[in-house]
Design a protein around this ligand. Structure first.
Ligand code: ARG
Length: 390
């Protein structure tokens, strides 16, 4: 049990080398691969894991659970980190870590391991999740322990050990992708003054090359969850994937930022989340139609906190659970449709409607039919302004 370990295996160089490194330390290594929509040939990666020395490879499709239990709650909460990041990577870590922990239990392994570097957020997210769900599991982080610092050293090690890796295919960037979006860093992006080259983007076309004609999409929501595109019902995964395609073709959902990592450094990262941004904007707009002013304003502060919790790896915590209960209560009335216009990198809300709309045309109108009682305005202003009258 002590010498059996489940490793979160991505199929890349780091985790392939980690398999062998752990095996050489006397561990029986089980590779765990969670499919959260990152793409790639799982059967090929399975072979690679075996060539590196695993005793078993477990592949699990978590896309549905990811969309329903991680992405949608975050969408309902309105979580965006530092105004620009929809948290695709951050949301995927707790579900992968949960899968890792469950696999360790099933396989009677006493340890888990991940291939995160020692200066990123992901190590924190994996380990805090594991601590919260299975405090007795031992956690190993080979990349924090071994002394191979460069990629070249790892390639050499892989060569010596006969690990079947594909070094030619390496992108100049570090990528992390799932159905909710992609995170791109490293290479020329490390200079925050450098404009991201077009080849850095994977899910979106250059807005300059996007169609000159606008495309309209109507998103239908039920209790805060998106359920329809243009009147047609979709399950959560297909809905996100479909909007990624539609939005990606219009160059929607790119962000470029310098962000504050949890470990105290600033890093430059670019993100793409075409479907995510369409949904976030549409959802926020529908809330504006159906929630009263005080609830809407208060919820904005919750969105900020929620995004921090997700970013900081605090998914399985009492505060996050309590915030979910609050958010879920706020979503009871968030049912309706939002009309979005997609054009050259911009997704704009151009219409919204709901059976729970609090918008009253007879109160707002400046045209005949106005029901607003102007006579009460004067008294209201007198009382409202009283404290400031000299
Ligand atoms: N900075 C993002 C986060 O901490 C993404 C991290 C992974 N990025 C990557 N390009 N490998 O959530």
């Amino acid at each position: 049990m002590d010498k059996k370990i489940v490793l979160a295996y991505s199929g890349g160089l780091d985790t392939s080398v980690a398999v062998r490194w752990l095996a050489d330390k006397g561990y029986e290594v089980i590779a765990y691969m969670a499919d959260v929509g990152q793409g790639g040939d799982f059967q090929k990666l399975k072979k690679r894991a075996s060539s590196a020395g695993t005793s078993k490879v477990v592949i699990e499709n978590l896309q549905k659970e990811f969309a329903e239990d991680f992405v949608f709650p975050s969408l309902k909460a309105g979580a965006v980190y530092e105004s620009k990041y929809l948290l695709a990577t951050a949301l995927s870590r707790p579900i992968i870590a949960k899968g890792l922990v469950e696999t360790a239990k099933k396989e009677k392994a006493g340890c888990i391991a991940h291939g995160c570097t020692g200066k990123g957020n992901d190590q924190v997210r994996f380990e805090v999740t594991s601590m919260a769900l299975a405090p007795d599991l031992k956690i190993m982080a080979p990349l924090r322990e071994w002394d191979m610092l460069s990629r070249e050293e790892e390639i050499e090690y892989a060569g010596e050990k006969g690990i079947d890796i594909d070094v030619t295919k390496k992108s100049p960037y570090s990528l992390d992708q799932n159905i909710w979006g992609i995170s791109i860093e490293c290479g020329v992006l490390e200079d925050p003054w450098n404009e991201p080259p077009q080849d850095a983007y994977k899910m979106t076309v250059d807005p300059k090359k996007a169609p000159n004609k606008a495309e309209y999409v109507e998103i239908g929501f039920e209790k805060g969850a998106p359920v329809k595109i243009n009147g047609k019902k979709y399950n959560p995964v297909d809905l996100i994937v479909t909007l990624n395609e539609i939005g990606g073709a219009h160059g929607i959902g790119r962000t470029d930022m310098v962000e504050n990592r949890l470990v105290g450094i600033k890093s430059r990262e670019i993100y793409e989340a075409p479907g995510g941004w369409i949904l976030h904007k549409a959802h926020k707009d529908l809330e504006a139609l159906v929630l009263d002013r005080e609830l809407l304003h208060f919820k904005e502060s919750i969105s900020l906190k929620y995004a921090e919790l997700v970013y900081y790896g605090l998914w399985f915590t009492p505060l996050k659970k309590a915030l979910d209960a609050f958010v879920s209560d706020t979503q009871k009335k968030v049912t309706g449709s939002v009309k979005m216009k997609l054009l050259k990198g911009a997704a704009s809300v151009v219409g919204r409607k709901s059976p729970n709309s609090l918008y009253k045309k007879e109160m707002a109108t400046y045209e005949p039919g106005d029901k607003f009682d102007r006579s009460v305005a004067e008294g209201f202003i007198k009382v409202w302004g009283m404290p400031y009258k000299r």
